[in-house]
Design a protein around this ligand. Structure first.
Ligand SMILES: [Zn+2]
Length: 310
């Protein structure tokens, strides 16, 4: 079967101030790197606000919508900005993730990659944070549970920063398992192993600054893969951030591109063992353009190869 790529030109209209790391050029780099690949290319639809309301209160949606300026850029918090077009871009991120779930669970494709921005995994219940407005992956998980009636959905977040938003949005739902590997200590400061969710449904795997891919490979084998096997998800969602790469300017881990490839292979193994190969990956961080492009291309190449093999 095939792999879907979901994106939309609206995601290039979310403009941040000069020098901001989460910039339009990131998505240009990702899409250039995916040109010519054997992907089913789908326009990410605008997300449905009713889907967002499964995790964010109406007041948060209204606040984000009302904050969009008519010109220039405005900050919503220390790191998160909006420009004209940002609200539509954020809705494309939600819609891309939800549509990807529909396509994978509907048997249209084997797996999918949603290449949208702004990212989502830092957005908390009623709080924008860390470049993120809405929790795309958590919304997709709730859609799989509520709309498609699944019983168990797992999220693996390998962005270098803790996925505090996704944890906040899913930790009270024992049908969801949230696993995050991240540099620790590092902003946002959360992600200690003592944070385990309401039903032991959160697993935080901290990684010391300066460590290379050998540590995450060991942690995957010792902790993450056994927990996924025990949970036996019916769908695997991935928060794919590429800022643990050694070239990334925002953090201090030393992963190589091949470490992202290895992790992707492991996650595809989990999906094949438990979910009939059903996996949806969504772009999160990654701020060195060359490393982002190269690691995303390897990630998607593996999704394509594994999708065609099933
Ligand atoms: Zn990050």
């Amino acid at each position: 079967m095939t792999t879907a790529l979901l994106t939309h030109p609206d995601c290039l209209k979310h403009v941040t101030p000069d020098g901001h790391p989460e910039r339009v050029a990131r998505l240009d780099a990702v899409l250039s790197a995916l040109e010519g690949k054997d992907l089913l290319r789908i326009e990410a639809p605008l997300g449905d606000e009713a889907h967002i309301e499964r995790v964010h209160p109406r007041a948060h949606i209204d606040h984000v919508k009302a904050s969009e300026p008519d010109a220039g850029q405005v900050p919503l918090d220390a790191d998160t900005w909006m420009s004209p077009g940002s609200y539509a871009a954020a809705l494309r991120g939600v819609g891309g993730a939800v549509r990807a779930v529909d396509m994978v669970l509907g048997g249209e494709v084997q797996n999918a990659f949603s290449a949208c921005r702004p990212p989502g995994h830092h957005a908390e219940t009623a709080k924008t944070m860390g470049f993120c407005l809405f929790g795309n992956v958590a919304i997709a998980a709730k859609h799989a549970l509520e709309h498609h009636g699944l019983s168990r959905v797992a999220v693996v977040d390998f962005d270098v920063h803790h996925g505090n938003g996704t944890q906040d949005l899913l930790e009270s739902d024992p049908r969801a398992l949230f696993i995050s590997s991240h540099q620790y200590p590092l902003w946002p400061g959360t992600g200690h192993p003592s944070e385990t969710g309401v039903d032991n449904n959160v697993l935080n795997v901290p990684l010391a600054p300066g460590t290379d891919g050998r540590q995450i490979r060991a942690e995957m084998e010792a902790k993450i893969l056994p927990r996924l096997a025990e949970f036996a998800p019916e769908l695997l969602l991935v928060s794919a951030g590429f800022d643990a790469h050694r070239a990334d300017p925002l953090a201090g881990l030393n992963w190589e591109t091949e470490d992202f490839a290895w992790i992707t292979e492991q996650l595809c193994d989990v999906a094949e063992a438990h979910c009939d190969g059903r996996l949806v990956s969504c772009l999160e961080g990654g701020y060195d353009l060359a490393a982002l492009a190269e690691a995303t291309a390897r990630h998607v190449d593996i999704l394509i190869a594994r999708g065609q093999a099933v």
